[in-house]
Every structure is written in C-alpha cells, then in structure tokens.
Write a protein that binds this ligand. Structure first.
Ligand code: ATP
Ligand code: MG
Length: 787
C-alpha cells in the first residue's frame, strides 16, 4: 500500500479558485472588534490569542476558518482545526457554515485530537507495525491486559494493581514517552518494573493489532518523528492549523502540533491561562506561555472586551481568580447592562439546596423575578463532583422538572450504584437472578465463567433460583476451594440480610451500609488505586444518603425503578446538569453553582495531592464556572452535609470569601435560620465586618450555634419532617400570603396559605383550592405568560 493514498480527505477535486473568485464581501468581519479582526485577517504566520473568558476567542477562531475558506486561502480539507470535544467540533462546523451562508462540505480535519489521530493512524498504521483495521481498547480491556502481564511477571497484583499501572502508563503517554524514553527517575513503581511492563504491554497491543487512547497520539507523534517524508507531506497538506483551548494541551498534543506547524508556522492558537483545568490529566499550561518562544515572531493578540457576562458576574469572576499567583493577568471589561449581582445563598443541607434551585428554575421560566423569562434550556447547574448531581436528579424527578445530564451517566445509571442496588435487591428478594448474576463475582470471589455456568445448570435442573442453585452445589461439595468458600459466605450473607430486612425494627440505612461492607463491595473500591475509585466511593456514600429519605429499602428501590422509567425524551426544554470540567467553552443565560464548601470545592483531594498547585487549579475551575453565566449566576453552599454517615457542618468555600462583596447579593432569607445566620451566610471576612471580622467568629455566632443544635435535635433518621419544623417555608417560597396570583385553569386568586411548594389559594371564581406553586404566576406577570 502506498504511504500516501489519495483518500477523499485529501482529494484535490474541490477547486480552490471557485471560492476565491466568488469571494463575497466578508460581512462576517463586521461582527468582530478590531483585535478579533486582526486575528482573523492575519493570514500567515503564528498567531496567539491569549484572552480571558467570553472575549470571543472561539468566535474569532471560527470566523478565521470561514475567512480562510471565503478568501480561497485554503480548501476545507487543508485546514486542521482542533477543538476540545466532539460537541465543540460540531458546533464549530455549523457556525462556519452559517458565516459563509452555505453548508461546508469537507472539513474532515476539524475535530478533537483523538478523532483526528484515529484518521491519521489508520492511514499509516503499518509504520508502527499495525494494520489499518486496528481496534481501540476501552479501559476495561486495557486493565484486563495489564493484569495478565502483571501476573505473568510474578508481581503481586494486590500490591501493584493493574489499574494503577494503567494510570502510570497513561501519564507517560501523555508526555509522549515511549518505553525506551521513560527517564530512569520515573521508573520506580511496580518494583522498578513498570517500564518493562509498559514495553510488554505495547508489545501485546501490537500482537493484538490494538491501541489504547493514549496510543492514538503517541503513535502519530512517533510516525512524524521517524518518517520525515510523512511529516513533510502533512505539513504541505495542512496549510493552516487552528487550536481552541490551547491552555489544556498535554505534552504529546503539544509536540504533535509543533511538528505539524514546524514548516510553515501557520498556526493560530487561542486560550486562557486562567482556564487551565486539566493539569491532573497532564495538561501543561506552560505550553501556551511558551508559544512566542516556540514560534518566533508570533503575533500575540489580547482581547479585553467580554461579550458574554454582565459586569457584576465578570467582576466576581475576576475577583476570585486574582488570588492566584503566577498568572499573566488580564484586563476584562464589558459594556453590557449592569444586570443582577451574583447571588449567594446558604442552605441548611444539600437536599434543601436542591429544593431551592428546583423552585428557582420553575419561577425563572415564568419571568417572576422581574427579568426576562429564562427557559429551562437556558439554565445549567455546574457541580464540582458528579455525586452532587444525585440530590438534583431526585428533586427534579419528584417535581417533574425535565433535566439532562451531559458528559456522564445519570446518577442511578452508574456502575457502582447499579452494583450496590443489586445487593439490596438480593436482600429483599434472594430469587432475583439478574441481581445475583451481577454481583456474584463482584468483588472478585474466584467465581469465573465456569463456576457461574455450574450454578446456572444446577438452578435450571432443580427449577430454582440461582441462589438456591448455588446452595445445592455447595451442599454437594461441587464448588470447592477459594471460590467455594467465598460463595458460601455470599449465600450466608444474603440469608442474613434477607432476615434483617424483614425485621420491624430494621434500620434500612444501617443495613445498606452493612450489606456493602459485609459483601466486600466497599472494600473493593477502597483498595482500588485508580483515579476513579474515590469518586465511586463518594457516589456510594451519596446513595446511602439518598436512602434516608425513604422508610425502607423496598420503597427506595421502587423510587429508583420509577426514575429509570422516567426517561424524558424529545425536544422539551430541559435544565442541564454537568460538571464544571465539562462546561468549559460553553455559556448559559443562568448558571447555578452549588456546593461551594471547603473540601467539596475546593476539592480536598486535589489540595492534598497537589498542594497550592491543586488549590490554584480549583480556583481556575471557579473562574470557569462563574464565567459560564451570561445574566444570572447563583452560588450556593450548605451548612451541613452527611459525610461517612455523620452530619458534618461545612465551612463555606474559601472562594466565597474571595468574591468581591460589592458584586454579590446575599440571598439567605433573614429569619430562615434565625438572625444570626445572616452573619454566617454573609461570608466576607475582613474589614467591612468589624464586629465579626473572621470566619471563626462567624461560626461562634449565636445563630450558627443555634443551627448546630437544631441539627443535633433534628436527628438523622427523619430529616424531612424535622426540616419542615425548622425552616419557615414561606420564607423561601416565591410567594407570600396575600399575593395576587394567576392560574391557567382557575384564573385569578389570592394566596391564603403556603406549605412547601403547595399553595392554598382563594380563587375569585373557583373558590378555595390547593395547587402546586409552579402552576401559578404572580398576577402582575400573567399577561406575559404564554399558557
Ligand atoms: P471561553 O474562554 O469561555 O471559551 P471565548 O473567548 O471563546 O470564551 P466566545 O465563546 O467566542 O468566547 O464568545 C463569547 C460570547 O460573546 C459568544 O456568545 C459570542 O457570540 C459573543 N461575541 C464574541 N465576540 C463578539 C463580538 N465582537 N461582538 C458581539 N458578540 C461577540
Ligand atoms: Mg471558547
């Protein structure tokens, strides 16, 4: 096969001149400010746009692509444009088409690093001794392979788990180190045999004609480094290179770009050092800071006008990021209308936070807050850790508020949650064969396919469930050894849990914890050294927390079954739930940022692992979060969260202290927690609060103490009822008694009572009725609402 076949991607059939001749007056240039225009019109040579959030970097980059096409400087297939996600790539293509007023055929090289590298590698697989139909392994396959190698090398897999090796190797690949390039100082892990294992792993992949994700880049870099002719060809083909979110490129990606741009230097990178949030995955913010050195004579363009966020939002974000050391520092301004201040609210606990946000979302849709109505599609809730989503998902399902989770499975679809629930199902109904199959060998009990088949056969032969089939096998002594012992323990456990669940005095929350402990499931993740394991443990804790809202395990499982059945499909408007990391580059009219508490955000693990560096990356995440908001930004924290089965009082995030006070409105309704909480919720330590200058004082305040003792009095078993007695619900409702309201069916009326989200309303025509508050709007705004 020739090295350079002429695939459609490089077809010369699209006449370059057609566009050039037809080049229309570029009206899209009129939508740019002078600096953006310069970035677009500087056709050749290196260009760096280094600018803060929302200043139109992505817009300028997109327009630059359109301009290159419109002026005939390049054909669609001669532009290499790298974005961070597939979603961003799709959007960019659409935007280019809109700018040009026609669909853009081609653009095969607009995509993520990985997507582009797959294409390149398929063309040149033989240069790294693969064939072009290689398979791409997922993480599970990858780990299984490594495990075999570890065992074959006689290394104790318990001490050096395969997942840890996967992490180490991935890290090396991010730095573009092939096995022979790993520096000696790095090679300590796995009894100093990690490098040998890495080499063996690569060898094995090659035999299997397979690659993992890290290889996609690494192999292409290797090809470019070893085959000058190939590199030269691509340098000619990719006449223009454009990169978005350059601050988050890792070393391998950086080398790849530098190699490709090495000839013509027609590379345009855009980014923001303040938004570098993937250091933990090998991103090097230094790449962007080194650009001018790498590409001498680079034109560096700074954009200062922010078009996305109102002044208060922008000032709040700038205030927070100012606390980071070693940043380039930027000026940002906006001429948008002043708008609302960033809102800050403290809640009693996480459930309360979810309830409040749910109500806010409903009232925003009706424009009840005196601002232009904001639809659910316009709203996003951005969390630091995925386990935070659970409270929101539960709440939204309860009130029927449509939502979508972007960038990950919904809470109850997560592997560890499904595993845990399979154990709960077995306690309730030991004959649940599907549940049994799911967990019989999770954690590993030495019950492989063969043993499981035996159980199946025994169950079928005797017409009983798998648990009973297993019992028969054990009694007949047909499953012996380690597996037999572990199976006997599992069956005994199921019997025990089934008895306990039926007791009238069963505390189902404790039982659930006990099941996860006794089955070895919790320990499985505690012993797991992979980066995902702590997150999975947090999700399990969150699951236990969710159980508290129910009377028993059965009720909870029914709730989840209903949730899973409740897939909202179609085009209806939905609020978006996603992580801060996933929200990079996006914008929403209204953004909610919950869980701003020390330990949760900034995340304790990030700080423990990387110290000040970790804290600064967390702060950049805070900056990314706030700057996603266009018109409304709401930050919240809870005073209590359950951690390890205990109520723990939380400190508001240190980032809250860093918000400039004049741009923040503290929303906590006075009287909600007693007057003293006003002080606790007003988070700004420092000069303006002479009489309660420090946070320590705030937490010694009578209001805070009152809250604490209420927490104790409330008890753990029945938080819901207790909460109702503590909190004056009327204070957090969007309505007050006496308010005039309008209901689509019953017409006008006056609120006479409020309980949670239910209102008692004396309707002028329909009489006294109880209705859910989201179905009514204030009478004054009724005319604006399209029912
Ligand atoms: P981030 O750092 O978050 O990725 P960004 O710098 O890439 O932000 P964009 O997403 O390109 O910013 O632009 C932010 C918003 O401002 C978009 O809605 C965009 O359409 C708008 N915008 C950008 N430039 C201009 C301009 N010159 N005139 C009007 N609106 C603009
Ligand atoms: Mg952008």
């Amino acid at each position: 096969m020739p090295v350079f076949d002429d695939s459609e991607a490089f077809s010369a059939a699209v006449p370059l001149s057609r566009r050039a001749m037809a080049a229309r007056p570029a009206s899209y240039l009129d939508d740019l400010n002078p600096a953006q225009r310069e970035a677009v019109e500087t056709r050749d040579g290196p260009v760096l746009m280094l600018a803060g959030a929302g200043t139109g970097k992505t817009k300028a980059l997109t327009t630059r692509i359109a301009h290159l096409l419109n002026t005939g400087a390049a054909r669609p297939n001669e532009i290499l444009a790298v974005t961070f996600t597939n979603k961003a790539a799709r959007e960019m293509k659409e935007r280019v088409a809109r700018l040009l007023g026609e669909s853009v055929e081609g653009m095969p090289w607009l995509g993520t690093f990985h997507a582009i590298c797959v294409k390149l590698l398929r063309r040149h697989a033989e240069l790294v001794e693969l064939t072009s139909n290689f398979t791409i392994l997922d993480t599970d396959d990858q780990v299984r392979l490594m495990k075999q190698l570890i065992v074959a090398a006689g290394i104790d897999e318990k001490r050096w788990p395969a997942r840890q090796l996967a992490g180490v190797i991935d890290n090396w690949k991010n730095r573009a180190w092939t096995p022979d390039a790993v520096p000696a100082a790095e090679a300590g892990a796995f009894d100093r045999r990690a490098v040998a294992l890495y080499a063996a792993y690569q060898q094995r992949l090659q035999t299997l004609n397979a690659v993992d994700f890290g290889d996609l880049l690494l192999h292409v870099v290797t090809i470019f480094q070893r085959h000058e002719d190939v590199l030269a060809q691509y340098r000619r083909w990719f006449r223009y290179i454009l990169v978005d979110e350059y601050q988050d490129t890792n070393v391998a990606q950086y080398l790849w770009l530098r190699l490709l741009a090495g000839g013509h230097h027609n590379i345009c990178c855009v980014g923001d050092d303040d938004q570098s949030i993937y250091g933990w995955r090998g991103a090097e913010v230094g790449n962007i800071l080194r650009f001018e050195k790498d590409f001498p004579g680079a034109k560096v363009i700074r954009l200062e006008q922010n078009y996305r966020s109102t002044p208060h939002i922008l000032a709040a974000a700038s205030g927070v990021i100012a606390a980071n050391k070693g940043r380039l520092g930027k000026t940002l301004w906006t001429d948008l209308e002043e708008g609302e201040k960033v809102r800050l609210i403290g809640h009693w606990d996480g459930e309360e936070e979810a309830r409040w946000i749910g109500e806010e979302l409903e009232s925003l849709g009706h424009g009840t807050r005196g601002m232009q109505a904001i639809g659910l599609d316009d709203c996003a809730i951005l969390v630091r850790a995925s386990h935070q989503m659970r409270a929101f998902e539960d709440r939204f399902l309860t009130i029927g508020l449509p939502y979508r989770v972007i960038g990950g499975p919904r809470f109850y679809e997560r592997m560890e949650i499904r595993d845990a629930m399979a154990y709960f199902r077995l306690a309730i109904g030991p004959a649940d064969d599907l549940a049994f199959e799911r967990v019989v060998n999770t954690p590993k009990r030495g019950l492989g396919d063969k043993a499981q088949q035996k159980i199946q056969v025994a169950a079928r032969a005797n017409g009983v469930s798998l648990v009973e089939g297993a019992r028969i096998l054990l009694q007949a002594g047909e499953v012996g050894g380690k597996g037999g012992k572990a199976l006997a323990e599992l069956i005994a456990g199921i019997d025990r849990w089934a008895l306990m669940v039926r007791r009238v005095d069963c505390n189902h929350v404790e039982l659930a914890e006990q099941i996860l402990d006794e089955s070895g499931y919790t320990a499985m993740w505690q012993n797991d050294k992979t980066p995902e394991a702590p997150g999975r443990l947090e999700n399990l804790k969150e699951l236990i927390k969710a159980l508290e809202g129910f009377d028993n395990l059965q009720g909870f499982l029914e709730h989840v079954a209903l949730i899973m059945d409740n897939e909202t499909e179609g085009d209806e408007a939905k609020v978006t739930l996603m992580t801060l990391h996933g929200a990079k580059g996006l914008e929403f009219p209204a953004v909610f940022l919950p869980g701003w508490e020390d330990g949760l955000f900034p995340n304790q693990r990030a700080m423990d692992e990387s110290g000040l560096k970790g804290l600064e990356e967390e702060r950049r995440l805070a900056y990314v979060g706030i700057t996603r908001a266009e018109r409304l930004c709401t930050i919240s924290f809870a005073a209590n969260r359950r951690v390890y089965g205990q109520w723990q009082s939380q400190l508001p995030s240190r980032f809250i202290d860093e918000l400039p006070e004049e741009h923040v409105e503290v929303l906590t309704p006075p009287g909600l927690y007693g007057g003293g909480f006003g002080a606790a919720a007003a988070p700004f330590g420092g000069s303006h609060m002479d009489d309660r200058a420090s946070r320590a004082d705030v937490y010694n305040s009578p209001g805070w103490k009152r809250m604490q003792s209420r927490g104790a009095a409330r008890g753990m078993a029945q938080p819901k009822e207790a909460r109702n007695t503590v909190i004056d619900l009327a204070a957090v409702s969007a309505f007050a008694t006496g308010d005039r309201v309008f209901h689509s069916k019953f017409g006008y009326g006056t609120v006479t009572g409020i309980e949670g989200d239910k209102l008692e309303i004396a309707f002028d025509k329909a009489g006294l009725k109880n209705v859910v508050s989201r179905f009514v709007v204030p009478a004054a705004s009724a005319d604006d609402v399209p029912f």
